[in-house]
Write a protein that binds this ligand. Structure first.
Ligand code: FAD
Ligand code: SF4
Ligand code: SF4
Length: 1007
């Protein structure tokens, strides 16, 4: 009979196989044309990237909008030729196709109930051109990654949506996204130099390639002729052309970019600019080249309070005349200010403002401090004649202006976080001609009152007349949906008809505003848009119903349900900000998708009417949702409402623990020394095999065993650690005779220098020196179990390296008693055994208090993951716990002599250190030690997660995609966690060791 653990592992294995089958489509329940499409597509695209299972399709059925559509087939593409194949097949079978980048769209343009083509992973190409003057980008590049590549040149891309850390180029171009500073002058429409597209007929056009252009002019002469004729017709309609020009003075993403028809004459230019903002309804974008814009290094901001919204809008009108010096001006209404008034760092004054008050947050940027000072003086002068409540005071102190912008950025999350259960957060996005901004804002406020959306707040990029309003309707009942429908109709009439504004300024039309495009543009312009669609997509298969629809009620259909799951995740607004942080994002689910899945499973459990679907989802979730979540918690760092999906995973694991599991965890907690001894014994056996058989044979044997016994046999690589030897309680050299003598001499000198009265001060100095000389060192259980593999350049165990460095710095090391049994609890917590984890933490705390003389000496830890766990779990003011690297950088460095090595090294900041905000500290320490340090971009949590790199190596491999290319020139890598270093070494192709190995090589005793 199998023991509980093995039976449990077998279950997991069965579920995983089931999951892979689903991913491969073996259980696809597709009918008719979709079945045919799926069958034929598998001949052209790796079936592991084609998904038809209920979990994946559910997970990709959501974007940041209030809509849910479940695709029948999801294809994760990686090459242009795959998109061509999909479009050809879809055209033949008349099946609609929707493209998706990061899925942060708010208007429902990135969801589909047909075929969803994801172009994110595998589309990450970045090429900086002409010293940063231009940049070539593939559609899966995150906006912030493009800007990081341009930063050394003092440049950035023009579009600056608030989602720049998540949104990808495919979405940024196709939504014509913009943000606080880019206005209408630096969006994709204005800054696009060239585009490469796949048209609905499968043909490729690259406007940067003369040969491609020439060929296209011949092959698609008909299409280009139609565009030229349309443009000529529009230009000859004086009234329409004037209207188009007028409407694009504001931000406007309602309908197609009609300005392309009046701004250009060459049909190729018209085509290029019509694609911008077309929301995937005209073509697939496989590459763009942007002209870049200057990123000024010097900034100043002022939060200016006005007695009324009218006064604030008067100031905005003036500021809009001076966009050469005003980079941004955010209008904040009274309700938006109230939404953050209790947050830390928000001026107290806000609480005292009258009901009519408003504010503007102004930013100016310049190349140097003198120009910045001139800008701030000029701006204060421009608006000086308009009465304010507190004057116009700029700050150029980074911490202060960051605080001001955090107030503005905190508004949307604060409404999201305070909303009632089951409600949805909606951010609407309208623009008024700037001369009507005050009236428009007041009229909007009146509509909130009329429709009882009392929680609504307004803020926006006022220079462009762009206002966002945030409110939280509940779509769980017909009455509430009707209220929303009537409200949106009233808003559209107010904006589009009464003030000739734009119902979508920057978020794109989507399904949300498609029914109102004709209301805004009128029948003539609408007809032009229909013709554009027909020219590009005669079968109407590209993202149908998005931008143009014949369904007047589309905006209130397919509304997303938000069932209650758990307080840990109920505030989730499905924005997708967390996705870029997640190590499993490319192979299974993202944090947002885990939450979506849990919402659906919770609804199914509560309704109880679809047990088969629930069982299917639960089975699939085991691998995709649970096994491949590392519980790193990095999702929390990007989440506007502070959700850590890893906590949900831990809670699910806890709930799933069987009695046998609990008993095993408790036994392990009580016999931790036996467990580590057992692990060392296993490693010794492996060492012995490896010593005889070598890398190749050991790898082959382990792979074979894994094939037979599954995940219970660890994934082996030449970087697999060896067993640690007998632990060396090295003492460092702290209070050695010489140091003690020197300390005494210094104190005597001070007595002599300052006389008897300063004796107590001198005693303090002595105490401090003594305190500097002792430190409690907790070597993690990994340090006590592993020693470096033979593939590592430095074979010494980590504890000896730490002792060497601290010895040079003059510290004596103290070790807690019962070290073999001590553990920070992480191995237990990550498996959901929270009680066992708490027991281990309590034991550890007691041991550390004893070793540190009740907190007299600092405690240092040599594994970043353990440091974070201890800082979170041991809340005792007496103990000062630091990661060893933080201790070196912030305290011991002063007692060491650093000689930077002339070596190019890679640094990986482990997820827990990132969460602690220690990235900069680690980077600074690495830079003390080495002339060149590379911290690869786009690598978040490495996915090793203690033991997942042994059991689920595919997660580690996926999370570290792109690492090897970025560290190609490095001679070694450094990090702060022994297990993470195993996977990093394998996937980077260079050995990674703890940063202390580098510190040891680069330091000497002082003097
Ligand atoms: C809280 C919040 C704040 C936001 N703030 C802003 C803001 O300040 N400004 C702003 O403009 N937007 C904002 N947005 C909306 C959205 O984040 C942006 O428009 C973003 O640029 C969309 O990029 P994405 O990668 O998520 O695209 P997706 O949502 O994946 O796609 C956007 C559109 O592009 C199409 N598409 C994607 N890739 C391709 C491709 N390769 N070829 C053809 N079509 C493609 C899709 O079909 C879809 O129609 C915000 C969203 C949220 C949730
Ligand atoms: S968890 Fe947070 S970041 Fe992720 S989708 Fe939900 S609200 Fe957005
Ligand atoms: S805890 Fe880590 S692995 Fe889990 S969902 Fe969050 S980011 Fe992804």
């Amino acid at each position: 009979m199998k023991c509980g653990t093995i039976a449990f592992i077998d279950t997991i294995e069965r579920v995983r196989v089931l999951a892979i089958r689903y991913a491969g489509g073996e259980r696809a329940m597709l009918q008719g044309a979709y079945r045919e499409f799926h069958h034929r597509l598998q001949e052209q695209i790796d079936s592991r990237r084609i998904y038809t299972d209920p979990l994946s399709t559910l997970a990709y059925g959501t974007d940041a909008s209030c809509y849910r559509l479940t695709p029948k087939i999801v294809v994760k593409t990686q090459h242009e030729s795959e998109v061509q194949a999909i479009l050809a097949l879809a055209a033949e079978l008349a099946l609609p196709v929707t493209f998706r980048a990061a899925g942060t769209s708010l208007s429902g343009q990135a969801v589909s109930d047909s075929i969803l083509v994801v172009a994110s992973h595998g589309w990450k190409g970045i090429e900086v051109l002409e010293n940063g003057a231009a940049i070539r980008l593939q559609p899966g590049v995150v906006g912030a990654a493009a800007n990081a590549a341009l930063a050394p040149f003092g440049r950035k891309i023009g579009p600056d949506p608030a989602t720049i850390n998540s949104a990808m180029i495919g979405g940024i171009v196709n939504n014509n996204s913009s943000g606080m500073c880019c206005g209408t002058a630096q969006n994709s429409y204005q800054t696009l130099r060239a585009i490469r597209v796949v048209l609905a007929d499968g043909s490729v056009l690259d406007t940067a390639d003369a040969a491609s252009v020439a060929a296209f002019r011949t092959s698609h002469a008909g299409l280009l002729g139609q565009l030229a004729a349309l443009a000529a017709r529009v230009k000859s309609d004086v009234e329409l052309a004037a209207r188009i020009r007028r409407k694009y003075k504001m931000k406007n993403t309602t309908g197609y970019s009609l300005n392309a028809l009046v701004d250009f004459t060459d049909p190729l230019d018209i085509l290029t600019h019509l694609i911008v903002g077309s929301e995937g309804t005209l073509a697939f974008v496989s590459e763009v080249i942007y002209h870049t814009v200057v990123e000024h290094p010097h900034k100043a901001s002022a939060l200016v309070f006005y007695p009324t919204i009218k006064a604030a809008c008067d100031a905005v009108q003036v500021l809009a005349q001076h966009k050469d010096v005003v980079a941004a001006a955010e209008l904040l209404d009274r309700a938006s200010l109230r939404s953050v008034e209790n947050k830390a760092g928000v001026p107290e004054l806000i609480k005292t403002l009258s009901e009519d008050a408003a504010a503007i947050l102004i930013e100016t940027r310049a190349a140097d401090p003198a120009a910045l000072a001139a800008n701030t003086a000029a701006i204060a002068g421009f608006i000086g004649h308009i009465d304010t409540l507190t004057g116009v005071a700029f700050t150029d102190v980074a911490s202060e202006y960051t605080q001001l912008w955090n107030i503005r950025k905190g508004m949307f999350p604060s409404v999201g976080a305070m909303r009632a259960a089951e409600t949805t957060v909606i951010i609407e996005d309208v623009a008024f001609p700037i001369e009507h901004l005050a009236e428009g804002t007041l009229a909007l406020q009146a509509l909130f009152k009329q429709f009882h959306y009392d929680e609504a707040i307004i803020f926006g990029h006022a220079l462009e007349g762009n206002l966002h309003f945030v409110f939280t309707p509940n779509f769980s009942g017909a009455e509430e949906v009707a209220r929303y429908e009537a409200f949106i109709e009233a808003v559209c009439r107010l904006v589009a008809v009464d003030y000739e504004g734009a119902v979508k300024a920057e978020h794109g039309t989507g399904r949300n505003m498609a029914p109102f495009v004709e209301m805004e543009w009128g029948p003539v312009a609408y007809r032009v848009m229909q013709e554009i669609k027909a020219i590009f997509d005669p079968q109407g298969l590209l993202n149908p119903d998005v931008i143009l629809t014949s369904d007047a009620l589309l905006h209130v259909k397919d509304l997303k349900p938000i069932p209650v799951v758990d307080a840990l995740v109920d505030k989730c607004i499905e924005c997708g900000f967390c996705e870029v942080m997640c190590p499993s994002r490319a192979i299974t689910l993202t944090p947002r998708q885990r939450i979506v899945a849990n919402r659906e499973m919770a609804a199914l459990r509560s309704a109880g009417d679809a047990p088969d679907r629930l069982a299917e989802l639960e089975a699939l979730y085991q691998y995709a949702g649970d096994d491949t979540c590392t519980t790193c918690g990095l999702c929390e760092t990007a989440c506007p409402v502070g959700i850590n999906t890893g906590k949900l995973t831990t809670q699910i694991r806890q709930g799933r623990q069987s009695d046998t599991g609990w008993a095993a965890a408790n036994w392990l907690a009580g016999h931790y020394d036996s467990a580590t001894r057992g692990a060392r014994l296993g490693l010794k056996l492996l060492d012995a095999t490896h010593a005889v058989a070598g890398d190749a044979a050991t790898g082959a044997v382990m792979r074979g065993l894994r094939r037979v016994f599954g995940r219970r046999v660890p994934h082996w690589t030449p970087y697999f650690p060896r067993a640690a030897g007998k632990f060396n309680y090295a003492q460092g050299s702290g209070l050695d005779a010489a140091a003690a003598r020197e300390g005494k001499r210094a104190t005597t000198r001070q007595y002599e220098q300052y006389g008897e009265e300063s004796r107590s001060a001198a005693d303090k100095v002595m105490q401090r020196q003594q305190a500097r000389n002792k430190v409690v060192y907790l070597p993690s259980c990994l340090t006590r179990t592993f020693s470096p593999s033979s593939a590592m350049p430095d074979p010494r165990p980590l504890n000896e390296v730490v002792a060497s460095v601290l010895g040079k710095a003059g510290y004596q090391l103290l070790y807690p008693a019962g070290l073999d049994n001590l553990c920070c609890g992480t191995p237990f917590k990550s498996k959901g055994a929270l009680d066992a984890a708490a027991v281990k933490l309590a034991e550890l705390k007691a041991a550390l208090l004893a070793a540190s003389d009740n907190g007299r000496w600092p405690v240092i830890v040599d594994n970043g993951v353990c440091t974070a766990a201890m800082l979170e779990g041991i809340q005792d003011e007496r103990l000062r716990i630091l990661d060893v690297t933080t201790f070196i950088e912030t305290e011991a460095a002063a007692h060491l002599h650093f000689t930077p090595l002339d070596e190019h090294v890679a640094l990986h900041v482990v997820c827990s250190m990132k969460k602690l905000g220690q990235g900069a500290t680690l980077n600074a320490l690495a830079r003390r030690c080495s002339s060149r340090v590379t911290e690869p971009a786009g690598i978040t949590c490495c996915g090793f997660a203690g033991d997942k790199g042994f059991t689920y190596p595919e997660l580690n491999a996926s999370a570290l995609t792109g690492l090897k290319e970025q560290v190609g020139g490095c001679c070694g890598g450094f990090s702060t966690s022994a297990t993470c270093e195993i996977g990093l070494s394998e996937h980077a192709g260079i050995p990674y060791q703890h940063l202390m190995y580098l510190v040891d090589r680069a330091t000497h005793r002082l003097g």
